[in-house]
Ligand binder design. Structure first.
Ligand SMILES: NC(=O)c1ccc[n+]([C@@H]2O[C@H](COP(=O)([O-])OP(=O)(O)OC[C@H]3O[C@@H](n4cnc5c(N)ncnc54)[C@H](OP(=O)(O)O)[C@@H]3O)[C@@H](O)[C@H]2O)c1
Length: 298
C-alpha cells in the first residue's frame, strides 16, 4: 500500500504542528500516529530511527559558525540531533542554525565568547529556556596566535589558552551538573596533533591542546561512574580558515609528512565526532582519536 503523503515521511512528521488545530492534545497526536502514519509508514519510520541514532538528542557545538565546528553541527543534525550553535556572534552562529533548521531539526544560535565565564553561565540559562537538555557537548572553538616563543606576547599566550582550554573547562563545568543529573552525556573536545607532537611557533597553541588532552582524561575518570563519556579528537591539518594562509612551501612540507598525502576535510573530523557521540561509542572514554592522515602514529 502506498503512502498518501508521498515518499518522504520525515516531511510529513515535521508538518504536524503547522496543520494542527489548537489546542493539540496527546489524543490527537496518538490518533494521528495510529491512523495516519503507522499503517503506511512503519518501514520508513523504522528506517528513520536507524539512520538517525541521535534523534531526540540535543547537541551543543562551540565554534559552530564555520570550519570544523560547522561541519560537526551539520553532521550531528543529519543524524537526528537538534543543535545549539555557539560562536562569538549570534549572526555567525545563526548561519549554521538556519542551515540546520532547513534540514527539519531544531537549532538555536548564541553569541558567546567561550572564555568569558559569566557569559557562559548566563547563556546556559538562556539555552535551557529553549531546550530542556543537552546530551552532547562539543568543545570545538579555538584560535591560533602563532609566533616564536621569544617573541610571544603575554596577551597572545593568554588569548589562546583562555579560548582553547579555559573555554572547554567553562562549558564542561557549567553543563556537567545537568549531565550528572541525567546520568548520561557525551563530551568531545577538539584538540590537535600539535598537542601531541608540538610545533615551533605554536608554544601557546600546543600547550592549550595538550592541556585539553589532560583535561579530557581527568574529566573522563571523574564522570565515568555516571555514564558520561569524555573523549578528544586530534585533527591533523584540515582545510579551514585556520590553515588557509599556510604558504605553498609549508603545505608541500606538510604533505610529505602525511602518509595519506593530503590535507583533511572538515567532514573527516565531523565523522569522528559523530562516532564518539553515537551509540557505537558507548564503551569508549578518555581516548584521543587522531584524524590526521597518519601524521601521528602513537
Ligand atoms: N584547521 C585545522 O587544521 C585544525 C587542526 C587541528 C585542530 N583544529 C582545531 O579545530 C577547532 C576548529 O578549528 P577550525 O579550523 O574550524 O577554525 P576556524 O575555521 O578558525 O573556526 C573557529 C571557530 O571558533 C569560533 N571561535 C573562536 N574564538 C571563539 C570564542 N572566543 N568564543 C566563541 N567562539 C569562538 C569561531 O567563531 P566566530 O569567529 O564566528 O566567532 C569559529 O566558529 C579549533 O579548536 C582548532 O584548534 C583545527
Amino acid at each position: 500500500m502506498g503512502s498518501p503523503f508521498g515518499d518522504s515521511p520525515r516531511v510529513v512528521v515535521k508538518m504536524w504542528p503547522a496543520n494542527w488545530t489548537d489546542p493539540v492534545d496527546s489524543f490527537q497526536i496518538e490518533s494521528f500516529i495510529l491512523t495516519q502514519i503507522m499503517p503506511f509508514n512503519q518501514n520508513n519510520l523504522f528506517m528513520e530511527s536507524e539512520n538517525t541514532p541521535l534523534l531526540n538528542q540535543t547537541a551543543l557545538v562551540t565554534g559552530a559558525s564555520r570550519g570544523i565546528g560547522r561541519a560537526i553541527a551539520m553532521k550531528l543534525a543529519t543524524l537526528g540531533a537538534d543543535v545549539v550553535c555557539v560562536s562569538r556572534t549570534v549572526e555567525n552562529s545563526q548561519k549554521t542554525a538556519t542551515a540546520i533548521e532547513q534540514m527539519g531539526r531544531n537549532s538555536w544560535a548564541f553569541g558567546v565568547d567561550v572564555s568569558d565565564s559569566q557569559a557562559v553561565v548566563e547563556s546556559c540559562k538562556a539555552i535551557f529556556d529553549k531546550t530542556p537538555r543537552i546530551d552532547i557537548l562539543v568543545n570545538n572553538a579555538g584560535i591560533t596566535r602563532d609566533t616564536l616563543l621569544m617573541r610571544m606576547k603575554e596577551e597572545e599566550w593568554d588569548a589562546v589558552l583562555d579560548t582553547n582550554l579555559k573555554g572547554a573547562f567553562l562549558w564542561t563545568k557549567t553543563l556537567s551538573r545537568k549531565f550528572l543529573k541525567q546520568k548520561s552525556g557525551r563530551i568531545i573536545n577538539i584538540s590537535s596533533v600539535i598537542g601531541l607532537m608540538g610545533n615551533a611557533g605554536q608554544c601557546n597553541y600546543a600547550a592549550s591542546k595538550a592541556g585539553l588532552i589532560g583535561f579530557t582524561k581527568s574529566a573522563a575518570r571523574e564522570f565515568a561512574s555516571r555514564g558520561i563519556t569524555v573523549n578528544a579528537v586530534a585533527p591533523g591539518f584540515i582545510e579551514t580558515d585556520m590553515t588557509v594562509d599556510l604558504s605553498d612551501d609549508l603545505k608541500t612540507g606538510l604533505l610529505n609528512q602525511i602518509p595519506l598525502n593530503s590535507l583533511g576535510k572538515t567532514e573527516d573530523i565531523a565523522e569522528a565526532v559523530a562516532f564518539l557521540a553515537g551509540p557505537g561509542a558507548r564503551y569508549i572514554t578518555g581516548q584521543v582519536l587522531a584524524v590526521d592522515g597518519g601524521l601521528v602514529m602513537a
